[in-house]
Design a protein around this ligand. Sequence first.
Ligand SMILES: [Zn+2]
Length: 186
Amino acid sequence: MPEKQSFVQFVNEVIPRLNIKIIKKETSPLMHLCNIGLKFTNLLGITTVEDFMTTYVTTVGRKIYWPGEGEKGNNLEVTSTLLHEMTHVVLDHVMDFYKVKYLCSKKHRARIESICVLTEMLYLPHLKTEEFCRWRAGAFVSYGIPKTLMETELLKRLQDIEAGLPSAMAPSWIIRCLKKWQHLNT
Ligand SMILES: [Zn+2]
C-alpha cells in the first residue's frame, strides 16, 4: 500500500463527515499538552507512557497524530497502525460517549482498543490467534489497561468476528473500504 494518504482520502470521500486528517505529532500543541498530562498520570501510577511524542501514534477525534514521517512508510506494520487508528476515528463517530468511556473507564478503554486491534487481525488474518491476543495485550499496559483485562477483551473480539457481532462492524467496514481502494488502484 504505497499511498497511505490516498486511502485516507478515499475513506473521506466515502463518508465525508469522517474527514480524517494525519498530522505531524511534534507540530501539535495539543499533543505537547497531552505529553505534560501523561507525565503527571505516570507520576500518579495511572499510566507508564514513555516517549509519547516519538513512539506513539495518537488519535483524537478525526485527527491522527503521527510522529516523524511514520505514516509515509510502506510496510504492513505502518498500514496496520493506520487501520487501527482509523478504527478509533470511526468508533468516535458511532459510539455514544466514546471519549468519556475511553478516558474514564479501563474496561471501556480495553474494549475500544480491542475493537481497533480487531481491524489489525482482519487486515492480517494470520494474527487471528490466541497467541497474538496474549502478546498484543502487553502493548496496552502503558495506557493503564491491565494485561489480563486486555487479553480477555481481545479473545472476545476473536469470537465476535466469527459471530458477526456489532463490535466487528467498524473493523469489517474499514477492511471492506481497503479492499475496494486496493481494487481501484491495481
Ligand atoms: Zn488504539
